[in-house]
Structure formats: structure tokens, C-alpha cells
Design a binder for this molecule. Structure first.
Ligand code: HT7
Ligand code: ZN
Length: 848
């Protein structure tokens, strides 16, 4: 397949003034009738053909202004030759047939549990009818749905309905990727929201019968999101109705279709008994994220898919702000940085590294990545830090005012900041263009009350980008006295050259440097600090992220020592952890995060960055030993915490109680390494909520116990598909490394392993890929099993298969034997005649 290049962008030859669609739904013979009003685009070169994208459609009939069309479609669609087109507006009509029942790719119109639903982003609309399926063609849609199913939904406002049909009208011009249709036997939980302009909006969460008791949290999160967007960004909702539908078979988390968001059911449904605190938080975040897209994505969309981060980076940043406001900014920031490092730094360090705005792609679905989403959000966070909060808000106001109803670019985005802040941001723009995680080195020199800091930046080559230009990097930095007192509050140093020197004079004593506060830039900071200095920051820094980071640096240092030369952990570290654990002035959620040791993949990543070849078995063994030593050293305090952090009374998913449960489970999980799981077993037995039941069961599995609990868990939850995903996933995630591939294999033979369901596939195969010591088992059994299943999934759902193939992206970190085994599996995946375009691109990039 040929790559598509950003540099080749051309405006559409024709614009669309109006779309009218009629769907006559039937599982294998759905008819789609379209009536599309086209007009020549004054901004395009005249005299061009009109290409209508279409894939897998059976064309029944088509006409232009009533004259039947003779053109025959090819595999990419229908080309209407310029010479045959009027040079004034005209109406194109078509009737096509599609088969939603056989659509296992979950893109276009498909069926899930007897219900019809759509997924059109990025290029799924072309599987529904012939259309210029590109985001810079925006049009109002009117849709008629005909079916015997009781609930018939589409975008916009409902206009009319009768037995077996319903019509919807969406007055807001939108690109085809935001089109949606749902038909099924569904039940709604309904609420209302009054906008700041006094308009009443009906809110519905549609679910399968029996799931109505799991919708309250999502509805509440939606109302809070709507209010927050009004209060913080001045953004008001713009239709009479906002529908959310839960679907079991869904490739990603959720989709922001205009007025009709469609959600993976795991991202909507929650009750105390069936969802963990983590699930509740994810639901809150994703509900907010999709809602926020109404302005950042829908009203203002992307000119082309290279600009994807324009909507995704900004909307992630907005959902991060929202979650900080709803819960805790400190804990949210730490969580976000941990996710960024685990997913995006990992991506940036390997063969799949790409810029936030890629320059080419073969299959755009492969670019819904941590770089586009999470690094994209970091760029916006940096912009806000550089221009200040007031100018950030002014820039956003200008963006909404200037670009409402348009399909925009990163250039448009940077321009509103440059104007609102009155500064040239051309160097900053390189962040969108250069892939890779910059390394910032900080060197200290202390003399006569003067501290001299030398900051250097270096960005290593990434695929297709051998040379890098210096970036504008905001380094938020404070100085802390040896006694822990703040000597200099946070200053933002702007590092814009390969090397710069910053001087701080008249200091009473040599301070401890607290650098990259709040993780002010997505970089790897190399700053040699003693464990005494890290302890000062861990105990006293005014910046919660810097406190966390100091503890993390200590832990990483100790674990590296244990892995590389078996060095025992420094008693100071154990003591520092005890002080954090028992410090009741600290938020329990924060303490739980500090207590969590770096994961095995993070350790493999940091060892590799330090020039070592990571050994997954040694990492696993050392980490386990560290957990045992920590557990033994802290046992009495851990036991006290398990008791002290109980949350009596009815389950409440709020941040306060969730934080207490997080610390309770972290303590019980650690303690299990010393007491064999006695406390965890008690928690499991007494749990009245999924957080504690599941958390305690995982703690038992992690120490090789919990088989009775596994049986009980299965007996209790076998009828609940979302809880069963947890049952499948945890057994693989916590399997002993040498058993992990066999455990996963056995689960693939379980009657409940529905491999075409992406959630279930991910629970088993994705969990094996995310279990470093199990996946990278030296026999290659893990690689083989994952490759076998990716090959199978690729034939049914290429998008999902290609996404999960990223479990192999770190292959070049490992030793020659493992590299050879992985290369053989990747080659086996690639060399099939029916390898999909999605998978072909991913594996091709991984192999280099
Ligand atoms: N904008 C959406 C991204 C998306 C997607 C969602 C579900 C299934 C397939 C999809 N392809 C792309 C979701 C979001 O970022 O909000
Ligand atoms: Zn999004």
C-alpha cells in the first residue's frame, strides 16, 4: 500500500451543502439511500474529478441530477469525471447494499448483540456509502432510519418518528467521521442539563436491558463535564439532546459522534459491585473527553488526519484538567506522567516513534497513538506554562471564535497562541514535527554562595529523522534548603539551545535542586543527585510531582543495583518509604503511588536507556525480592495501614475513599509478600465492592496464591461480561513468568473466550504481551502464542490486531536470541498473502 503524505494535501474539489440518508436496516442486506448536494469548491483548482470513497459497497443505482450514472466503482470508490459534472451545484443520489452482520472489523455499520451501530472515525463512512470521506468536507446531515427495532438513533435532534422509522436532523456541519447510527432494543437512563443560556438538554445513557443499574455514574459525570466546560472554557452544548450508547463490541474506548457518543460498554457501565475505583475514574475521564470533543474536534475539526493531535492532544489536555479539578491535581499529574512514560516514552524509544504530527501514513488507524494523544497533551501543557494561564485562555477564546465550523491545522493552533501571547512560537512548533524524547542533562556547580546550572538538550535520531534541531523546553525549577525549606520558588527556565547556563547567586547554603517540577516538559532528565538529596525532596518539596519523582528515582536506583549486581536495598530507602507510608498529612492516594515500585517494563526501558541489555527474568526476580524486603521491613506499618484505611459505610467512588482503598490495597499487596496473603484473603472475603474484591484477589495471584478465590470469583461473576474480562486478564497478568504463556493458551480454549470481542481478546492476549517476564520467556512460547492469535485476529479485525501488535515494539532492547525469536514471529505475521494493510504497516515499521 502507498503512503499518504502531509505535503501532498489538496483542498477538496467539491464541498457538500447537504446530506440526506435513508437506512433500511437488515442484517445481511441493509440498503443505504443517499442524496448529496455538491458544489464546486472555490478554493480548489477547477476542473478536477470528484472521487467518492467507497469500500465493500454493492452499488444498486446512482444518478446525478436525476440522470443515471454509468461510472463503475473500483476498490477505492467511484470517480466522477470532471467533464461529466455540472460546474454548478448538483445532486448525487445513490443506493447501495451492505451487510452489517458479517462486519467483524467493527468499522462502518456493524452488529453487536443484535444491535446495529456505527464507527466511522477515521475512514469508516466509506463502508456505508459513497462519499468524500475526509474531515475537511463538512455538511449538515438529515437521516431516516427504518427498522423494527424499538430504538432508532442518529446525530443531531430528533425530528419525527413512527412505527418502524425515525428521522434525525443535525444542523451543525460535520465531517463524515462524526456520523453515527444506532438501532436496538435499548433502555435509557435519562437526565437533564440546563445550559448557561437557559436551554434544556435531554441526556440519555442507552444500554442493553439489565444494565440500567450501572448508568448513574456516567450520567453524573456527563452533567459535571457539561458544567465544567461552560465554567472553565465558556463552551456551551448546542443540541436539544445528547445520547450515549453502550456497545459490547468496540475497537477502542469511545467515539465522539455529534450528539450520539458511542461507548465501549466497559467505559460507561459501573456499579460498586462490578467496577473498580480505576474503572470509575476511567469512565469519568472518557465521558468528559468525548463530551469535550463537541467543541475541540466537532465544531472545530481537523483539516486532514495528519492534524489529529489538534483535536486529540487538546481534548486529552482538557480531560486532564477536568479530572484534576474533580479529584486531585497532584495525584492526577503523577498518574498522567506514569502513563506517558509507560506508553509514549516506550513508543518514542522504538521503531514506531513518530512526531505528534506525522508526515506520512499508510493506515491512519495506526496513528491513534500515545504520541498523538498523550504527548500532544503535554505540548499544550507546555504552551500554557510558557504563555501563562490568562494568555492561554485568551488564545483558546480566539481559537473558538476564529475557527468555529472550520477544519483546521496545527499552524492555525500555533497562530492563536502567537497572537494572544505576542511571541514567536516557531521554535516551539518543532515539538509537533520532531519525534523522540529529548534528553536534558543538568550539571551543578557550587561556589561561594553561587549555584551554576548547565542545562543541555539532546534528541537522538528516530526513524526517518537522523538530525534534530534544538527545542524550546520549559524547565520549571525550584531550590530547596538542606533542611527542606523552600529557598527559591518555582521559576520556568527556557532552554532553547543545545547548552545554556543559569546562575543563582547569594544563596545561604548549597541548595537541593528541584528540577522539572510538575514534569514541565516531556523529557528524560539526567541529574545526578545523592540519595540524601532525593530524601530531602521526597520529604519536603513543595511540588508534589517532584516529591513523587524523588522517591521514584531512589527506587529505580536501588532496583538497577539489585538487577545488575545483586546489591541489597539501602536501609535509608526502606526508612524513607516507611516515613511516607505512615505520614497521615499526605493524601493516601499519593502514598499509594509512592509505595508502588517501578514496573518491569519501566525498568527494562530505563536499563536500556542506561546502556544495558535488560534481562526480563532478572528484572522480575529483583523486583520481587525488593517487594519481599520492603514487605518484611514495613510489615507492622503495612498491617496498621490495611486496618486504618478501611472505608466503612456505603461504597463511594469519590477520590477520597478511592485514595484510601488504593493505599489499603497497596499495603495489603505488599504485605502479601511477607504474610502469604493473609490480609488480602480477609479483604477478599469481606469485600462489598469490586475494588477490594478484585484488588485483594490480584494481590493473592501475585504471590502465587488465590486459587480458591479464582474459583469463587468465577462462580460469582460468570454472567457479567465486563467482570469476566477481569477474570481472564488477571490470571494472565499475575501468572508466574514461566507459566504465563500456558495460562494464556489455556484461557483461549475456555468457552468464554470470544476472540472476536476486542475486550476479551485484549484481556488474554494483550495481558500476555504486557507481562514482560512472561511474554519474553526465553523459549519464545509467549511470542509464538501472541503471533498465532494476531494472525487470526488480523483476518477478522485488522485495526484491533494492528494495535495489539505494539506488544512487540520494544524488541530491539533485548538480547540477540530474543531478538531473533521476535523477528521470526514478526516475519511470519508479515509474510502472509492476506496480511492486512494495518498490520503490514505496523510490522513493516517494527522490522525497520
Ligand atoms: N476520536 C476517537 C478515536 C477513534 C476511535 C474510537 C473508537 C473506535 C475506533 C476509533 N478510531 C478512532 C476516540 C477519542 O479519541 O475520543
Ligand atoms: Zn479523543
Amino acid at each position: 500500500a502507498q503512503p499518504i503524505y502531509l505535503a501532498d494535501y489538496q483542498p477538496p474539489a467539491f464541498l457538500v451543502e447537504k446530506v440526506e440518508l435513508t437506512f433500511k436496516l437488515a442484517p445481511t442486506t441493509t440498503r443505504v439511500l443517499s442524496r448529496i448536494r455538491f458544489a464546486p469548491n472555490p478554493a480548489a483548482v477547477p476542473g478536477q474529478d470528484l472521487h467518492l470513497d467507497g469500500e465493500g459497497l454493492r452499488l444498486i443505482a446512482a444518478s446525478i441530477d436525476g440522470t443515471p450514472l454509468t461510472a463503475t466503482p473500483d476498490a477505492t470508490g467511484l470517480t466522477l469525471e470532471a467533464a461529466s459534472l455540472p460546474d454548478a451545484p448538483f445532486t448525487f443520489q445513490a443506493e447501495v447494499e451492505i451487510a452489517p452482520e458479517g462486519n467483524t472489523a467493527l468499522e462502518g455499520l456493524y452488529m453487536s448483540n443484535g444491535m446495529y451501530c456505527t464507527q466511522c472515525e477515521a475512514e469508516g463512512f466509506r463502508k456505508i456509502t459513497y462519499y468524500p470521506d475526509r474531515p475537511d468536507v463538512m455538511a449538515p446531515f438529515r437521516v431516516r432510519v427504518e427498522s423494527d427495532l424499538p430504538v432508532l438513533l442518529s446525530n443531531g435532534n430528533p425530528v419525527e418518528s413512527g412505527p418502524g422509522w425515525a428521522e434525525w436532523d443535525d444542523p451543525h456541519p460535520k465531517p463524515s467521521y462524526l456520523f453515527a447510527l444506532v438501532a436496538g432494543d435499548l433502555r435509557a437512563t435519562t437526565g437533564h442539563f440546563t445550559t448557561m443560556d437557559g436551554c434544556d438538554v435531554t441526556l440519555n445513557i442507552w444500554v442493553r436491558p439489565g444494565d440500567e443499574d450501572k448508568t448513574a455514574y456516567a450520567l453524573d459525570a456527563l452533567k459535571r463535564s457539561m458544567l465544567w466546560d461552560e465554567q472553565v472554557y465558556g463552551r456551551v452544548y448546542d443540541l436539544d439532546i445528547f445520547n450515549i450508547v453502550a456497545v459490547d463490541d468496540f475497537n477502542m474506548g469511545a467515539m465522539e459522534n455529534k450528539g450520539l457518543n458511542i461507548f465501549n460498554s466497559r467505559c460507561v457501565l459501573a456499579s460498586a459491585e462490578t467496577a473498580t475505583d480505576g474503572d470509575f475514574a476511567a469512565i469519568e475521564r472518557i465521558i468528559a473527553h468525548e463530551y469535550f470533543h463537541n467543541w475541540t474536534g466537532n465544531r472545530i475539526t481537523c483539516r486532514d488526519w495528519f492534524q489529529l493531535s489538534l483535536k486529540e492532544g487538546l481534548t486529552v489536555f482538557r480531560d486532564q484538567q477536568f479530572m484534576g479539578d474533580m479529584r486531585s491535581h497532584a495525584v492526577k499529574r503523577i498518574d498522567d506522567v506514569l502513563t506517558l512514560r509507560a506508553r509514549q516514552f516506550r513508543e518514542d524509544a522504538g521503531p514506531l516513534a513518530h512526531p505528534v504530527r506525522p508526515e506520512s501514513y499508510v493506515e491512519i488507524n495506526n496513528f491513534y497513538t500515545a504520541t498523538v494523544y498523550e504527548k500532544g497533551a503535554e505540548l499544550i501543557r507546555m504552551l500554557r506554562l510558557l504563555v501563562g494561564e490568562d494568555r492561554y485562555r485568551a488564545a483558546l477564546d480566539l481559537y473558538f471564535e476564529r475557527h468555529d465550523g472550520q477544519a483546521c491545522t496545527i499552524e492555525d493552533w500555533i497562530a492563536v497562541f502567537a497572537e494572544a501571547a505576542g511571541r514567536d512560537l516557531s521554535q516551539f512548533k518543532r515539538w509537533y514535527e520532531q519525534a523522540g524524547t529529548p534528553k536534558v542533562t543538568l550539571l551543578e556547580h557550587w561556589e561561594d554562595g553561587t549555584l551554576t546550572l548547565t542545562l543541555r538538550q539532546y534528541s537522538a535520531p528516530t526513524p526517518g529523522q537522523p538530525l534534530k534541531e534544538p527545542l524550546l523546553i520549559p524547565v520549571a525549577l525550584g531550590l530547596v534548603g538542606p533542611d527542606g525549606a523552600e529557598l527559591m520558588p518555582t521559576q520556568v527556565l527556557e532552554l532553547d539551545s543545545p547548552e545554556q547556563v543559569f546562575t543563582f547567586t547569594d544563596l545561604p547554603a548549597r541548595p537541593v535542586v528541584s528540577a522539572l517540577r510538575g514534569f514541565s516538559a516531556p523529557v528524560v532528565l539526567e541529574h545526578a543527585q545523592s540519595s540524601a538529596e532525593s530524601n530531602v525532596l521526597l520529604g519536603h518539596d513543595t511540588d508534589p510531582f517532584a516529591r513523587f519523582e524523588a522517591g521514584r528515582n531512589l527506587a529505580r536506583h536501588i532496583l538497577h543495583g539489585m538487577i545488575l549486581d545483586g546489591a541489597p536495598p539501602n536501609p535509608d530507602y526502606l526508612n524513607a518509604m516507611r516515613l511516607v507510608l505512615v505520614d497521615d498529612r499526605l493524601d493516601p492516594a499519593f502514598r499509594a503511588l509512592v509505595l508502588r515500585l517501578p514496573g518491569e517494563d519501566e525498568l527494562a526501558q530505563s536499563l536500556h536507556a542506561a546502556g544495558h541489555t535488560p534481562n526480563p527474568d532478572a528484572i522480575h526476580a529483583a523486583r520481587r525480592r525488593a517487594l519481599c524486603l520492603l514487605a518484611e521491613a514495613l510489615a507492622p506499618d503495612l498491617t496498621r495501614m490495611v486496618n486504618a484505611m478501611a472505608t466503612p459505610g456505603a461504597y463511594n467512588p469519590d477520590a477520597r475513599d478511592a485514595g484510601r482503598r488504593a493505599l489499603r490495597l497497596a499495603a495489603a499487596g505488599l504485605l502479601a509478600h511477607a504474610d502469604g496473603g493473609t490480609k488480602a484473603r480477609d479483604i477478599f472475603a469481606q469485600a462489598d465492592n469490586m475494588t477490594e474484591q478484585f484488588g485483594a484477589w490480584c494481590a493473592l495471584l501475585a504471590v502465587g496464591a488465590g486459587s480458591a478465590e479464582s474459583l469463587q470469583f468465577h462462580r460469582q461473576w460468570q454472567a457479567n461480561r465486563l467482570v469476566m474480562d477481569k477474570w481472564f486478564g488477571a490470571q494472565v497478568a499475575f501468572a508466574q513468568p514461566d507459566l504465563a504463556p500456558a495460562v494464556a493458551e489455556e484461557l483461549t480454549r475456555h468457552a468464554g473466550f470470544d476472540w472476536k470481542n476486542p475486550n476479551r481478546f485484549r484481556a488474554v492476549i494483550g495481558s500476555l504481551g504486557a507481562h514482560p517476564a512472561g511474554f519474553h520467556q526465553s523459549s519464545g512460547a509467549g511470542y509464538r502464542l501472541v503471533a498465532d492469535w494476531l494472525i487470526r485476529l488480523d483476518t477478522a479485525n485488522p485495526q484491533a490486531a494492528a494495535r495489539i501488535s505494539t506488544v512487540f515494539e520494544t524488541w530491539s532492547r533485548y538480547d540477540a536470541e530474543r531478538q531473533a525469536l521476535i523477528r521470526a514471529e514478526l516475519t511470519r505475521i508479515l509474510d502472509r498473502p492476506d496480511c492486512s494493510r494495518d498490520m503490514g504497516e505496523m510490522v513493516g515499521r517494527m522490522l525497520g
